[in-house]
Design a protein around this ligand. Structure first.
Ligand code: IPM
Ligand code: MG
Length: 353
């Protein structure tokens, strides 16, 4: 098949890891006889530097015409000035909103070869396999922000409408049907009115439409604890934007490194956006120390979710597992042992594919 990708390398280690993702896609194209084309565009800090806008119109136009978007990371100390007119993160939030990518899928699976890379005890993490559905275009990230006249009181509103909750809960429940058949919804209904709407809506959708799927509700503070004490009990977890942001960073420590976790952001139609869940790591940018595996695994998610190429996606995932089984490690997972560079890791995956 012919597929068009928009590449958004962004800032920090973004360009290095997206390059490796692209090389892996090329390897898949040649092995499975596809034609993949790429259009590289600006986003984040580099887009501010070059155009003044963290999300230039050309980037949105290219993204809308693609089958899938591969993003590296945005942000860095260069653009951290709190008085600046705009910030790199505005580009990321903007493209999510612009393309209506309301569902952020973040799979957290421990890799057998890396059980000792986790700061947690082996018996707590062996066999962990959780798929987070984080709501991505609503909640406090997109609520009204106000500042009092004297500048001493600021508020960000956390807002959800019923339809936003329904559609993400449905997507999560459908995914659970082809997994272990369990959904956990996370909220803070003992305090927040918006969480009480979240809870009653989730309860109703699950009871009316998914009686075959096991369903439970957990408060977000308790969930933070359960992820460390009994992560194996969870299958699909669905939650709002802010709670999902925090819990998925916490959960990333189960497999041992943020450098291993991909994510997919999907709408009900149109291209999806695929990215590592880690940030731009400006401290190691350009040193060859970045782990490209999260981005490479994100390209696998792109093939599966946006192009329906399940075998190709599985080939990438198997290649990653093999290179890890063979002992290849970037510094983040080497635990002080011998490490390979970003491009050596990428080349090893290419060779396996
Ligand atoms: C993420 C990131 C972003 C978020 C930042 C960079 C705006 O932390 O994708 O989880 O908070 O959504
Ligand atoms: Mg985050």
């Amino acid at each position: 098949m012919n597929a068009r990708f928009t590449l958004l390398p962004g800032d920090g280690i973004g360009p290095e890891i997206v390059t490796q993702g692209r090389l892996v896609l090329d390897a898949v194209a040649s092995r499975f006889d596809h034609t993949f084309t790429y259009d590289t565009q600006l986003i984040g800090g580099i887009a501010i530097d070059e155009t003044g806008d963290p999300l230039p119109a050309a980037t949105i136009a290219s993204a809308k015409e693609s089958h899938a978007i591969i993003l590296g990371a945005v942000g860095g100390p260069r653009w951290d000035d709190p008085t600046a007119k705009t910030r790199p993160e505005v580009g990321l939030l903007g493209i999510r909103k612009e393309l209506n990518l309301f569902a952020n899928l973040r799979p957290v699976r421990t890799q057998p070869a890396l059980l000792d890379a986790s700061p947690l005890k082996r018996e707590l993490i062996e066999g962990v396999d959780i798929l987070f559905y984080r709501e991505l275009t609503g909640g406090i990230y997109f609520g009204e922000s106000t500042t009092s006249d004297d500048g001493k009181t600021v508020s960000d509103a956390m807002t959800y409408s019923e339809y936003e909750i329904e559609r993400i809960v449905r997507m999560a429940a459908e995914a659970a049907r082809s997994r272990r058949g369990k959904v956990t919804s996370v909220d803070k209904a003992n305090v927040l009115a918006v969480s009480r709407l979240w809870r009653s809506t989730a309860d109703r959708v699950m009871a009316e439409e998914f009686p075959d799927v096991e369903f439970e509700t957990v408060l977000v503070d308790a969930m933070a604890m359960h992820l460390l004490s009994r992560a194996k009990d969870f299958d699909v977890v669905v939650t709002g934007n802010l709670f999902g942001d925090i819990l998925t960073d916490e959960a990333s420590m189960l497999p041992g490194s943020l450098g291993l976790l991909p994510s997919a952001s999907l709408g009900s139609s149109g291209p999806g956006l695929y990215e590592p869940i880690h940030g731009s790591a400006p401290d190691i940018a350009g040193t060859g120390a970045a782990n490209p595996l999260a981005t490479i695994l994100a390209t696998a998610m792109a093939l599966r979710h946006s192009l329906g190429l399940d075998d190709e996606a599985a080939a990438i995932e198997a290649a990653v597992e093999t290179v890890l089984d063979n002992g290849l490690r970037t510094p983040d997972i080497a635990r002080g042992g011998p490490a390979v560079s970003t491009s050596e890791m990428g080349a090893a995956v290419v060779a396996e594919v």
